[in-house]
Structures are given as C-alpha cells and as structure tokens.
Design a protein around this ligand. Sequence first.
Ligand SMILES: [Zn+2]
Length: 385
Amino acid sequence: MVRQRNATASAIMRTLVREGPIGRKELAAATGVSFTTITKTVAELIELGALTEAAPAAPRGAGRPAVPLDLPGRQRLVVGAHLHPGSTTCGAFTLRGERVAWRAAPAHGRTQRERIEEAAQLVDEVVTEAGVEAVLGIGMVTPWAEVHHGAPPPLLSDVDHDELRAGLRRRLPHPVRLEPNVRAMAVEHYWWNDGGDDVLTVLVGRSVRVAQMRGGELVWDGPGAGGLVSHLVVPGSGFGCECGQVGCVKATCTDDALVRRAVAGGLLPPGSAQHDLYPRTDPEPLRQLRRDRAEELGRVIPLIMSLVAPAQTVVRGRLGTPEEISACIDAIRHRYRALVGRDPDVKYYDGGRPDLWARGSAALALDRYLASPLEHETSRLVRTE
Ligand SMILES: [Zn+2]
C-alpha cells in the first residue's frame, strides 16, 4: 500500500515537472492511474505542501472549471554545488530549474579538508539564503574519479566522496547525492532541457564519460556505476596509455591527453591546464590538435552508440570553435552510418552558462526527490519539527 502510494506520488510529481501545470483528469491519463487514486494522492501532496492548485482556466461551457495542479515555486528548492579546481559554485533552483540563489567562490583550500570545509560553507550560505526549510536536497558532482596510474596526480578538487558527505552532514540536515559529472548532465537534460526519453550523454573533458537516461531513469545505477570509457581503444590511435594498452580514449582524445601533447610539442608551456587548450588567440597548431581530436572522437563515439543503441546522442563539453564542433558531429554521423547503415540522431548541446554545473548538480537532488516524494516530504516534516 505504502509503496503504491509512493509510486503514484512519484508519477504525479514527475509528470508535473516534465509537462507543466495540468489537471487531475490529464494526470490520470498521463500516468495510467485511476482518477480516484490520483485525487486521493494529490490531496495528500497538497496537504504536505508538495503541490499547489493553480488559478483555474476559464470555464468551458457548463460545470466546474478544471483546476490545474502546479509545483510550489520557491517553497520547494533543490541545491547543487560543484568543486572546480579553481573555484566552488553553488546554486538553489526551483523544481523547474529556475535559479533563486547563486554564489561562486575562488578555491583557496590547499588540503582536502580545507577544500571540503570551504565547499560546505558555501553550500550552507546558499541554503540559508534560499531558506533551510524550502530545500529538499543537495546534489554535488565530482569532476574526476577514476584510477590514477600515476601522472597526472589527482587534483585538490578530487575530494573523497565520503569525507565530502560527512563535511556537509556536519553543517546541514539535508540528504546529499554525489555523482560523477556526466550523470548530472544526463539528468539535467532530461528534467530541465526537454530531453527525450532515451538519450545517451557523452561528456568530453578531462576524461570522456557517458551516461544514459532511458524512461526517466539513469540506466547504470549505483554510486560510480559505469560510464567511464577511458580505456576503450580509439581505432587508428597510436598513443600509448599508462594502463599498458595502445590507443586508449584517455591517452588520445581527452583534454588531459591534448594538454600533454601540446606541452610535449612546445605549443603550450609546461604546467598548462585544460582551459589553455582554448585560448582567445588561437595558434594554428593548437587548432589542428583539436581538429584531430574531433576526428578521433568521430571514430570512437559511434562504437559506444552502436553498443548502447540510444534513440538520441548528445555530445557535451567544450571541444573548440563552432566549426570544430560541427566537424566532430559530422565525423560521428559519418562513421555511425558506415557502421550501422543508418543516420544517427546525434547533436551537440552547448551548456555554456556559468551555473551549468551547479544546475546539473541540483538536478541530481531533484531526480532523487522525484523518485520518492512522499518519503522525502515525511522525513522533511520530521526534520523541521
Ligand atoms: Zn588505457
């Protein structure tokens, strides 16, 4: 019974986030749950403050006008934070992804403990500004979590998940969800960018990662589950990987691999970082490096697509100039057609907004809330009493 109520509440809330305000009758049709059960569960959600009734539409003909249901605006928020090597960002968002609070701070911490304390303090400030009682949960992403065989050494942003969670726990009572960056992007795309029902997200950055949202769920579940394609071999690549294999994605087409190559070739000075690959004034050899990378991605991403078989593939990450990005997407399309015999649905998504990572992280908290809203609301009541 309890599980059934939770499932119905979840279906109602999920439909409202994706579809916008709708009435009880449409909710019943959209979820396949009986009108009676919908009415009962909606009443419960309104009582808890998880739903509101919007202003009724103008009456059509005789009878009572249908009262659309809506999400409660600023009374229910999700918070997301991101630890970048150079800064920490944090934002609070409504369940529709509208930003209501936002802070960014340069990273000063020189140890993991200092960095965690710094991040926890920023999150605390945003939660306080947004209203402790309105916040449903906190999402955080970590940019870089895989086995390091040696160089490059882990950065200070690569904080230990358990310690980060414990650091937040000491300050805040809210549930915390920590995930790799690509999973946040996949979830954000589904809930807030009108993403389709079966989307593979490929994130190209310091590592290459994939995540798939299918039917409203992340396909590979569990902490740190799947999605790391570092040691998949890029056809035709001769770059040796520290794992002992030749041609790995990690050694060929990540930002780290490109930086290494640019430094070795004298294009960038030693100690250069990821963002140095995309300077304002762009020397031709650096552009060539990125064009080669676009081709390399064009050879390996179709292999992942043909394995996973998503309805749509979305490539994200900085990649380069608009021309370099379309060259990459064209190469993927071309190779996929050669391998599979039909055109793929693949596109680049430019998420270039300053709050991108905080918003993605907040979507993780939303995703968790929507999985069991009744449970969440009940434990929230206990917490705030
Ligand atoms: Zn390898």
